[in-house]
Design a protein around this ligand. Sequence first.
Ligand code: ATP
Ligand code: MG
Length: 177
Amino acid sequence: MRLLRACFGATPLANVTTIAALPTRRATIRLARALATVLARGDLVILSGDLGAGKTFFTRALARALEVSREERITSPTFTLIHEYVGRMPIAHADLYRVADEDELVQLGLRERRGDGAVLVVEWGEPFEAALGGDALRITFDLAPNGSRSARIDATGERSRELADALRAANGLLPEA
Ligand SMILES: Nc1ncnc2c1ncn2[C@@H]1O[C@H](COP(=O)(O)OP(=O)(O)OP(=O)(O)O)[C@@H](O)[C@H]1O
Ligand SMILES: [Mg+2]
């Protein structure tokens, strides 16, 4: 890729932010389904937003779209910290709300799971982005006081920018001006 850029003078993808309106649960499910079409093994997705903003709801829809069996319950890993599923690819769903520091994070072995080819979907993962290997697609859910919901999408590295771009295309979103 670097070589191609050197040959053709292509610039890296710009770091753009997109806001997706999520007025209904169905809209959130659609966004998760769009992400499922573009995710690859080893991708890191960090989900942020307040309690009840929709991180676990989104992950459940994503796991279903990645073909995790309907028979498997997809619940919040609030206390267990990590739940693992196998669909089209292995998925590690973590909730780091209760993780105090990087030492504790290392014990969980999430970075190794990523290296082994699992997709990491991490709630409350922003403080640990670097420790998880960086290059994260970040989806930040917002629940406004008037009840309206949205998600801000951005990326912190080359692969995740590619992913964000593909997600925008798959979900028909336009980058912010
Ligand atoms: N448009 C929407 N998108 C997502 N969830 C919605 C929407 N509308 C209503 N909800 C509801 O909001 C709740 C979101 O809860 P969820 O457990 O996903 O939050 P969370 O962000 O994971 O919270 P926590 O930080 O406690 O883990 C669910 O009960 C879901 O049904
Ligand atoms: Mg949750």
